[in-house]
Ligand binder design. Structure first.
Ligand SMILES: *Cc1c(COP(=O)(O)O)cnc(C)c1O
Length: 481
């Protein structure tokens, strides 16, 4: 086959460019297929050895190496040491293999390279995002007046909500305009409340928002790894009595480790009694909305003022893909700022929607397209089958653990994560995970009540019970060594 000419630049309508793109995509697919393995998720190489090999690749040659030689280096050094998310031996994180059609959707997104900031940079993609956001608002039970935005991930979705509610709270309670004046003198009194096992993105957000980690109060959990509602109310009442300004409660629908789901209605009542907003971080658990069998586990999620959802977790779409939706669209005003070159008010009056006004980002990927393609192709039932498989596998694994004397599994799974430990103790569990990693089997590790625990996050719909059984035996063998 012909080499790709070195003068190829950007994609265009010409036959030459189309041929070159097809050839490069074919080459990339051939390289991927040649590297794919099914016996392990990872080569098992040590970080030092891999660092040395990557360093040898060099950085920026004076004269380019051309496509073919560059492809060789991809094949020789990089692909064999990439993590294989589709492997049955990969289960540490909320990190999945990608749905096939969404990989094709990524190609479309990259070829067009539209940007979501203004209508004139993404006409169809803007209208598609608006339509998908409307659909998602309905799916999660929001009515007219709701709105949202796609984001880079759950962390940005959560921070968007925290910023919006800080601003609204200060405007309504102190008549203070944060956008214009920055934080008020009372800012050190602001408090948001999350589960002690909530995601760290709230602390990070608090820091970036000028409130500091101390503004995030961690609420204790009960034996099911959910926020203890009675204790939560005591803490918030006391803070309010002491002159603090509780502005936000966060319920987690699917904690990162356990998949536990906080009681949204209980926290809604507290939020109403103390004048706070309520956000649900469903970065993980949002996928359960697709399942007839399990959606009730999310509780009455529509009672929240805002909801974070990640499509790159239970929905199995490629990274990155997330959204945050608000019951009242005025919350998004915190991101609105007009620029003469980009989002003129006169154009918006004539129906041109410029999504930059709803987002922390300016240039932004057309991620809604992937969601559209997969939703349209599979339908709700297709996604329900995927989610049911994941949760069903977690239930199977948990049932095996609790009937085996060698293990403890302290929390019954509600989603697809199972936290457990071999009874051999912390050192045994640490050693088991490290040994498995060096053999290409990647599992999770966390801490529960001071104990080192192992974790399976079972998002892969192809995972079988037999494979789970094999892993249990392998862990027992390693622990005995
Ligand atoms: C994964 C996760 C996040 C962070 O989302 P990213 O998409 O990784 O930024 C936030 N909250 C919860 C509960 C999560 O599981």
């Amino acid at each position: 086959m012909q080499n790709i000419p070195d003068n190829m630049t950007v994609f265009s309508h010409t036959a030459e460019d189309k041929d070159a793109l097809r050839r490069m995509v074919d080459d990339a697919i051939d390289a991927i297929f040649a590297a794919v393995r099914d016996d392990a998720a990872f080569s098992g190489i040590s970080p030092y050895e891999l660092r040395r090999m990557i360093a040898e690749l060099g950085f920026l040659p004076d004269a380019g190496d051309g496509w073919d030689r560059t492809l060789e280096s991809l094949k020789e050094t990089i692909l064999p040491n990439m993590l294989c998310t589709w492997s049955q031996s990969y289960m540490p994180h909320l990190h999945s293999p990608a749905l096939l059609e969404s990989i094709a959707a990524e190609l479309v997104i990259s070829v067009y390279n539209n940007s979501m900031d203004s209508w004139d940079q993404s006409p169809a993609a803007t209208e598609l995002e608006v339509a998908m956001i409307n659909g998602l608002c309905r799916l999660f039970g929001y009515g007219d007046g709701s709105d949202g935005t796609f984001t880079s991930g759950g962390s940005q979705s959560n921070m968007s909500a925290a910023i919006a509610f800080r601003d609204l709270y200060l405007e309504r309670n102190l008549g203070w305009d944060v956008k214009k004046k920055g934080l008020p003198p009372q800012a050190m009194k602001l408090r948001m409340y999350t589960s002690e096992i909530a995601h760290f993105s709230f602390q990070k957000s608090a820091h970036i928002m000028g409130l500091g980690y101390d503004s995030v109060v961690l609420l204790p959990i009960d034996d099911t790894a959910r926020i203890d509602i009675a204790k939560a109310e005591d803490i918030i009442r006391k803070d309010k009595d002491d002159g603090y300004l509780p502005f936000l409660i966060v319920a987690t629908a699917g904690t990162t480790d356990f998949g536990s789901i906080d009681d949204v209605s209980g926290l809604r009542s507290i939020a109403d009694r103390y004048g706070c907003f309520l956000h649900v971080d469903a970065a993980y658990g949002s996928g359960a909305i697709m399942s007839r069998m399990y959606r009730d586990r999310l509780g009455d999620i529509s009672l929240a003022d805002s909801i974070t959802m990640d499509f790159h977790k239970m929905f199995l779409l490629p990274i990155s893909c997330s959204a945050v939706i608000f019951r009242d669209r005025s919350a998004l005003d915190c991101f609105l700022i007009h620029a003469d070159y980009l989002n003129r008010e006169e154009d918006e009056e004539d129906g041109y929607i410029n999504l930059v006004g709803k987002s922390m980002q300016t240039t932004r990927r057309a991620d809604a397209l992937k969601v559209y393609i997969s939703f349209r192709m599979r339908g709700r039932e297709g996604f329900a089958a995927i989610v049911d498989k994941a949760i069903g596998n977690a239930e199977y694994f948990y049932s095996r653990l609790i009937s085996d004397d060698a293990f403890i599994a302290p929390v019954r799974p509600e989603l697809s994560s199972v936290v457990f430990a071999h009874k051999g103790g912390d050192d045994v569990n640490r050693r088991v995970r490290r040994t498995l990693l060096s053999q290409g089997v990647v599992i999770g590790q966390t801490v529960y009540k001071g104990m080192v625990m192992l974790k399976f996050t079972l998002l892969n719909p192809k995972l079988t019970h037999e494979h789970i059984d094999t892993l249990i035996s392998r862990i027992k063998q390693l622990a005995a060594q």
